[in-house]
Design a protein around this ligand. Structure first.
Ligand code: PLP
Length: 403
């Protein structure tokens, strides 16, 4: 086996420089632990950026993948296939009456949602109606349209001109939202919890008012649950905390149990405007990814994972709050279920790096925010270890006056 240094040199030589990667070459993963090529173990509080709800290589998902791979690896969407039917049925049964379109990623799901909203609105209300109202500080993906929907200029830079027809308003501000609505508005897109934006949940009153405004003005509500759907918040879908339903729901990340898969669910009358040829994706709804998704959903629903997530998240939040009470440079701790954040008053990169050296993988977003997206099966011992590691790091930072 080549040394880690050599592997990283080759990685940097042959792969585009689009990610700031940890200097770690991960070789295997099991549950909440990954192991690098030198055999060093890390507890993973990132879980593939919120993908691995059941942790690394859960046996139920691996079994389903092996079985399906032996039967049918790929078949074009010119045919029906069993895993697609099964997963679509599960998604609809556990969300709202509607229909599913499968694709490969979160961005592709949002792209699909945007196209569907435009087509629906134009067919129903005419050509004038195409604009999507989006939130400042949001994140919806890296394709050109989803970048245009994303409310953070730093992601736009260098890629202009972006598609037009997207307007941004401050998140959790109902007055600005109402003011932005015009005759061109066809949809509102928002994340129930802004993940990349720093783990900022929508207020309950706000979400309910958004739904009412959409109803009143015949505007579609698109909820982007790519990061927070499928168990992350302790319920199957994040919107279920708010007692409302979207018109279109976009999903990704955890949906394929670790394999690439995205989807939207749209209410039936909206879904109907997609007809053969309207939209498509060669790999969308790949049989192996869908079989993995079915296994993931079954485990989530039948093995008490959602309840565990809801309970353990309280312990996790308390643990983070204990640290907040100890260190004045922790500005806030927040989140829902197992998407949690700790906002520092200095850049958090250093903390991420120090934690990694001590065998704990955490993520930083928006420069000063530590984001925790562990597998939903994380346990108290893992959280206690995170506490020990962060406590030690914060202690050193405080003592040395790094800030
Ligand atoms: N939407 C949200 C809320 C996300 O968090 C992400 C990715 O982080 C995306 C969309 C894009 O998903 P993907 O990277 O699978 O295209």
């Amino acid at each position: 086996m080549d040394s880690t240094e050599k592997l990283i040199r080759e990685s940097n030589k042959y792969l585009m420089n689009t990610y700031r990667r940890f200097p770690v070459v991960v070789q295997t993963g099991n549950g909440c632990v990954v192991r690098d090529v030198d055999g060093k173990e890390y507890i993973d509080f990132i879980s593939g950026l919120g993908v691995l709800g059941l942790g690394h290589s859960p046996s139920s998902v691996v079994k389903a993948i092996k079985e399906q791979a032996g039967k049918l690896l790929h078949i074009s969407n010119l045919f029906h296939s069993l895993p697609q039917i099964e997963l679509a049925k599960m998604l609809v049964e556990y969300s709202f009456p509607g229909k599913v379109f499968f694709c490969n990623s979160g961005a592709e799901a949002n792209e699909t949602a945007i196209k569907l909203a435009r087509k629906y609105s134009r067919e129903k209300f005419g050509f004038e109606r195409f604009e999507i109202i989006c939130m400042e500080n949001s994140f919806h993906g890296r394709t050109l349209a989803t970048l245009a929907a994303t409310g953070q200029e730093k992601f736009h830079k260098g890629f202009e001109p972006l598609p037009h027809g997207f307007k941004h308003v401050p998140f959790n501000d109902i007055v600005s939202l109402e003011r932005a609505i015009g005759s061109q508005t066809c949809a509102i897109i928002l994340e129930p919890i802004q993940g990349e934006g720093g783990v900022i949940p929508a207020d309950s009153d706000y979400m309910r008012s958004v739904r009412e405004i959409c109803n009143k003005n015949n505007i579609l509500l698109i909820l982007d649950e790519v990061q927070v759907g499928l168990g992350r918040t302790g319920r199957l879908f994040a919107y279920q905390h708010y007692d409302i339903k979207p018109d279109i729901l976009s999903l990704g990340k955890a949906l394929g149990g670790g394999l690439p898969l995205g989807a939207i669910i749209a209410k039936e009358d909206i879904a109907e405007v997609f007809t053969p040829g309207s939209h498509g994706s060669t790999f969308g709804g790949n049989p192996v990814s869908c079989a993995a998704g079915v296994a993931y959903m079954r485990s989530l629903l039948k093995e008490g994972v959602l309840d565990h997530c809801a309970t353990i998240s309280e312990y996790f939040l308390d643990t983070l709050l204990r640290l907040k009470n100890k260190y004045r440079f922790i500005r806030s701790v927040r989140g829902m279920g197992l998407i949690l954040a700790m906002e520092l008053d200095f850049e958090a990169d250093m903390v991420v790096e120090m934690a990694m050296k001590e065998g704990v993988l955490i993520n930083c977003t928006q420069e000063r925010i530590l984001r925790f997206l562990p597998p939903l099966i994380i346990n108290r011992d893992d959280i206690d270890l995170l506490y020990e590691v962060l406590d030690g790091i914060f202690n050193r930072i405080e003592g040395k006056g790094y800030r």
